[in-house]
Design a protein around this ligand. Sequence first.
Ligand code: FES
Length: 209
Amino acid sequence: MTLPVLDAPISPLRQRLIDDMNMRRFSLETQRNYLRDIAGNGNGIGGAVVAEFDGRIAGLAAGLEVLGKAPSEDLRRYSRLRQKAQRGRTFIDLLYQPALSFRAPAEGDVIACRCEEVSVGAIRAAAVSGVAGPNQLKTMLRCGMGPCQGRMCAATVAELLADTQHRPQAEVGTYRLRPPIKPVPLSEIAALPHTPEAVYAVTGTHSEH
Ligand code: FES
């Protein structure tokens, strides 16, 4: 697909989001709209300066696309400045990384996934048995499938797998991201009040009845 920011590297998180949307056969237009609407720190925590450039890039790219124009010099400049600002964040992350005992505790009874109450011990045991990665772990233990959808436990689970299996964390990966879209049963739509506006919203036509 054509991304709004053509010369900016795609973050691993964003790439996973694209892969997931492709797997679900979302149309290119839906994918573009979805990516365009993610700006600022919703696109990953990079700090205030990165968030500001994210917003500028998203807004400018959307405007250029609507006008059918090619990426402008401003867009390229913002992308370069964003990359530069992101380097500082990487440095801070490395410098102030919490100790491994916090990121991947040794105590087996510590809860790693709070939503599904999955312990560190259960995750380490699965890691020893050869689980391939966080997504397989989801199907085995349900970690990452709670109300927060892995937002609170993804990093811990990846660290635990990497630490137990002696693999780099980049190779272990993380949960596949799910777009915040929920299926709606037809019964719920049918139960809506049948006002002219509601009928138009669902059918796209103005009914006489
Ligand atoms: S903490 Fe694991 S799914 Fe919420």
